[in-house]
Write a protein that binds this ligand. Structure first.
Ligand code: NDP
Length: 397
């Protein structure tokens, strides 16, 4: 099999995707990396284990992406630029008849809302074209969805409650930094929290619901209820579901900084007048904050991201958790990146591998839990994200 992959976005996640694709030459025989800044592509390519061709593209412009795809004729496009670019890149894939994969759903720049409706609306056009889009092939969304599909397939007749729990117990030594793109991260964290119960969405004030959760390999950590995009697709695909929630840990230090930044208006996403020109405060803040890619060398500690289930098997109550734990320093040693881009980039590579090998095929737009989880779960173990199951573990009420 000789397959070409075009990766768009030379950030923290793009760096990991390039390294991981380079480790699997039998599937990814040619790698092309393109981004807005060519120098960032060249820097990543210079450290890759195999030759990587690089190019420049503004992926906000579908015609530029179309020209890029026509130039290299890839078998799949992995979009690890920003969520704003999802739709123009999907338009270019439609135009050229090319398969598509991403790790985050579309967000309109002027509104901090993330929903699948814009991308699901492409389903019929992708189907008519006979091409495939795989949405949300990162860790969360991504691996967490696959954990749900795996639990549903092998362990449950009915899954009643799902709690996705995301803990970063690492230390990077900076006063305030985000683990992936600061603009996207802060838009997500400052939104209202939201969960689904008995067929209804319930909204709560941002970070207003807290629970101390006991994470395997880490211990108890303060965790906050947030809305996360995989909830929207999982309520469609998990049988018997009564409630689904998402929790993430934040340190007091992070929350204090965030509160101050919010209070003084630095997280605003609308334009404000500054010295005769318009600026978006959050974009300005992003320019000042550490590049998440620069955190790697000093990062220590672990992540633990998993899913806790409660439901029925053979008429009996069953509780369990599936999780992965990653060590920041080990990730840095392997690919020069801390665990957050690592846990996102590895599943992006595996999702593309599933598509190129023909293990996961379909015409249209799909969420990752719609496919057989078994080969993906096997690849997680093989390519750096081994997972564990803890029987009897559930979130305390
Ligand atoms: P970075 O900001 O580090 O990288 C994004 C890259 O995209 C940058 O190199 C940037 O180029 C490039 N880019 C931005 N705009 C354009 C454009 N118009 N055209 C071409 N390239 C562009 O972000 P991350 O690597 O941290 O995150 C990448 C993606 O991964 C995001 O969508 C994020 O939401 C997602 N993610 C998903 C997770 C999951 O588990 N599912 C977890 C973490 C992240 P330049 O530097 O030149 O501006």
């Amino acid at each position: 099999m000789s397959k070409k992959v075009l990766i768009i976005g030379a950030g923290g996640v793009g760096n990991v995707v390039v390294h991981k694709c380079a480790q699997v030459p039998e599937v990814f025989s040619e790698i092309i990396l393109a981004s807005r800044t060519l120098a960032k592509c060249d820097a990543i390519a210079a450290n890759a284990a195999r030759p990587v061709r690089t190019d420049q593209v503004d992926a906000n412009d579908a015609s530029q992406v179309t020209a890029l795809i026509e130039k290299y004729r890839p078998d799949v496009v992995i979009n690890v630029a920003l969520p704003y670019q999802d739709l123009p890149i999907m338009d270019a894939c439609l135009e050229t008849g090319t398969d598509y994969l991403d790790t985050a759903n579309y967000e309109p720049p002027e509104e901090a809302t993330f929903e699948y409706k814009w991308q699901w609306a492409y389903h019929d056009r992708f189907k008519d074209e006979g091409i495939m889009a795989l949405l949300g092939s990162g860790f969360d969304p991504g691996v967490t969805n696959v954990f749900c599909a795996y639990a549903q397939k092998h362990y449950y007749d009915e899954i009643h409650t799902v709690d996705i729990v995301d803990c970063n117990a690492g230390e990077h030594g900076r006063a305030f930094a985000t683990n992936f793109n600061p603009e996207i991260n802060i838009r997500e964290v400052t939104q209202k929290g939201r969960y689904w119960e008995n067929g209804q969405w319930v909204d709560v004030d941002p970070l207003s619901v807290r629970k101390d959760i006991d994470y395997p390999q880490i211990g108890r950590r303060a965790s906050y209820l947030m809305y996360h995009e995989e909830l929207e697709s999982l309520v469609r695909h998990i049988k018997g579901l009564k409630r689904i929630r998402f929790w993430m840990t934040f340190s007091e230090q992070y929350l204090t900084h965030l509160r101050v930044l919010e209070n003084v208006g630095m997280t605003r996403i609308d334009e404000v007048e500054f010295e005769g020109r318009k600026i978006v405060p959050l974009k300005f803040l992003k320019a000042l904050l550490p590049d998440p890619g620069s955190l790697g060398p000093t990062y220590t500690g672990k992540t633990c991201i998993g899913v806790m289930f409660d439901g029925l098997k053979d008429g009996r109550r069953k509780q369990m958790m599936i999780y992965n734990s990653c060590d920041h320093a080990k990730c840095y040693q392997e690919v020069g990146a801390q665990a957050v881009p690592y846990t996102t980039g590895v599943p992006a590579m595996i999702g593309a591998k599933m598509m190129l090998e023909g293990t996961w095929r379909g015409a249209g737009v799909f969420n990752i839990e719609e496919f057989d989880p078994d080969p993906f779960m096997a690849d997680l173990n093989q390519y750096g994200l081994p997972w564990e199951i803890v029987e009897g573990k559930s979130i305390e009420l």
